[in-house]
Design a protein around this ligand. Structure first.
Ligand code: ZN
Length: 128
C-alpha cells in the first residue's frame, strides 16, 4: 500500500498515512495525533530532487546538444550559450566573451591565448 505524506494544519505535525489508491482522494483522512481533518497533502521533496538530477543529467548528455561539432567553434559557442542559460546562474564576463568569439568562428586555442585568465584561478600576475 502506498504511503501518503500529509501535514496536519491543526497540530502542525507531519504524518504518513497508508491508503490504497482507491481510498486516496475518496476517503477522508484524519490526523492520528489530534484527530483533525485538516490534512494537506505534502509534495515529496524527493521528487523535486530527482527532477533536478535528471535536468543536470540531460545537460551532460551529448545527445541533448543536437550534435555539437567540437571542431566547429560556432557549434561550440551555441552549445556554451545554451548551457549558460540552462544553468540559470550569472556567468563571469569571460564566459560571454568566449561565447561571442566562438560564435564569430574564432579558434578556441586563439581565444585561450587572448584570455589567459580563463580558468587560471584568479592569478594576479601582470603580463609584461
Ligand atoms: Zn493533527
Amino acid at each position: 500500500m502506498p504511503t501518503y505524506e500529509y501535514g496536519c494544519q491543526d497540530c502542525r505535525k507531519r504524518v504518513s498515512l497508508y491508503q490504497t489508491y482507491a481510498e486516496y482522494g475518496s476517503t477522508p483522512v484524519r490526523c492520528p495525533h489530534c484527530g483533525g481533518a485538516n490534512l494537506r497533502r505534502l509534495i515529496s521533496r524527493v521528487r523535486f530532487a530527482r527532477s533536478e538530477d535528471s535536468r543536470l543529467e540531460s545537460l551532460s548528455d551529448p545527445a541533448e546538444w543536437g550534435g555539437v561539432d567540437e571542431e566547429d567553434p560556432r557549434s561550440l559557442g551555441r552549445m556554451m550559450r545554451k548551457m549558460g542559460r540552462e544553468m540559470g546562474e550569472d556567468m563571469p564576463p569571460e564566459f560571454d566573451e568566449v561565447v561571442n568569439r566562438l560564435e564569430a568562428g574564432q579558434d578556441p586555442q586563439d581565444i585561450e591565448k587572448d584570455l589567459p585568465d580563463l580558468g587560471g584561478g584568479g592569478d594576479d600576475f601582470a603580463e609584461e
